[in-house]
Write a protein that binds this ligand. Sequence first.
Ligand SMILES: [Zn+2]
Length: 221
Amino acid sequence: MLEALKEEVCEQNHELPRNGLVVGSGGNVSGRDPESGLIVIKPSGVKFAKLTPDTMVVVDIDGNVVDGHMKPSVDTGIHLYIYRKRDDVFGITHTHSPYATSFAARGERIPAVLTPITHMLGRDIPCSRYATPGEVDTGEAILEAADGGYAVLVKAHGVFTMGGSAKEATSIAMYLEEAAMTTHLAMLHGPVEELPQEEIDRCYRWFRKNYGQSGAKAVNA
Ligand SMILES: [Zn+2]
């Protein structure tokens, strides 16, 4: 069942430790099948190295396990909350990547000072209010802060990114961490200058039109 999506979600979960975004079994990626509406997500508490497409768990939008022999990620409720409210989202990635999470620890957004990440997101990276982990409260806080956007820091917790696929959400998480690190290093030397919104809008439109082989999608690298 949903073999191609299981493979994609598994592969994108493997990208997290490969790119230094997670340790142990923390962090997770999910993807939603556009036809059935079912969600494929990482199993709970399993080390990334042990993940195979067969270990992925398929759940319905109410969280019932439809396929798979393991318990789904402890964060499944947060993913489902977002999928229920955002019909443009087909992939979600969650990490505690250190530089981005250092902003979340301070309850601060990441300002839009670098064009590479701004091209993808069209704005800064907002930080949510504090929310109780693993509950619907986190889903609410994410969507409030996202305000229709695709990347959010959750105060005192970590990073949630969304996209048109699991691959797109994970790409945003990777580039977001790079931007957080570079912005952090720049801020050590003094104040940083934020890009004007009209320039951000121009870059965002240009990037969506020109990037990649098809020119149609923003992030699928
Ligand atoms: Zn977490």
